[in-house]
Design a protein around this ligand. Structure first.
Ligand code: FAD
Length: 167
């Protein structure tokens, strides 16, 4: 919705193709999107193809009620990629209900020697800068682990306070 609002200031029309039957973001953005005259929302719809040879000329969509539909558009902004790719560790680490990996504040998982960083991590703020910070923290944690072999995983969900000094 933030991206659609930004684009709506420059484009004559913005179409949001939304898989779900409603907008699920923050209410303040929902209100602004709903009030924006040049934003149209197609609910319960998925994109199946981007059309065009050297440039984008259209978008093919599909919905259960309307079937296939070709829209004439000049550009596509893909806002996808929020699904964490954690399938490969699910047998090693218990994932949270969203499929993300629980860690303590030092990026440790409960499995000694395994850290998680960035958006695969539970309660990630989903920002590039925090992902980079997580990576730096994980590197320090693993450097210490390799030096002393200690892995005092702290279950922050249990009582909400940090363990104090690192490792
Ligand atoms: C549409 C969109 C817009 C966003 N806009 C912003 C924004 O404006 N500002 C902001 O700060 N953040 C934004 N974010 C969030 C930001 O992109 C992420 O927080 C950041 O990219 C997370 O970094 P990461 O390293 O955790 O994951 P990613 O950047 O997703 O990197 C993970 C990498 O791991 C690779 N990978 C996955 N599985 C495996 C595997 N099994 N083996 C090997 N490699 C694997 C992937 O190919 C990928 O290269 C946005 C995210 C999305 C999806």
């Amino acid at each position: 919705m933030q991206e659609a609002l930004t684009l709506a200031a420059f484009a004559s029309k913005v179409i949001i193709v939304q898989r779900a039957g409603a907008l699920t973001g923050q209410a303040c953005y929902r209100d602004r999107v709903n009030a924006q005259q040049n934003i149209e929302i197609r609910f319960n719809t998925v994109v199946t193809a981007i059309l065009g040879e050297s440039t984008v000329t259209g978008l093919r969509t599909h919905s259960a009620s309307g079937g296939n539909c070709d829209l004439e558009v000049a550009a596509v902004f893909a806002y996808v990629g929020l699904q964490p790719n954690t399938e490969f560790v699910k047998n090693e680490v218990t994932l949270d209900p969203s499929g993300r990996i629980p860690t303590d504040g030092f990026m440790r998982t409960k499995l000694p020697g395994i850290c998680a960083a960035g958006t695969v991590r539970s309660r990630s703020p989903h920002r590039a800068v925090s992902a980079a910070g997580d990576g730096a923290s994980a590197a320090v944690t693993l450097d210490r682990y390799l030096a002393d072999g200690a892995w005092p995983f702290y279950d922050s969900a249990r009582d909400g306070a940090g363990p104090g000094e690192h490792g």
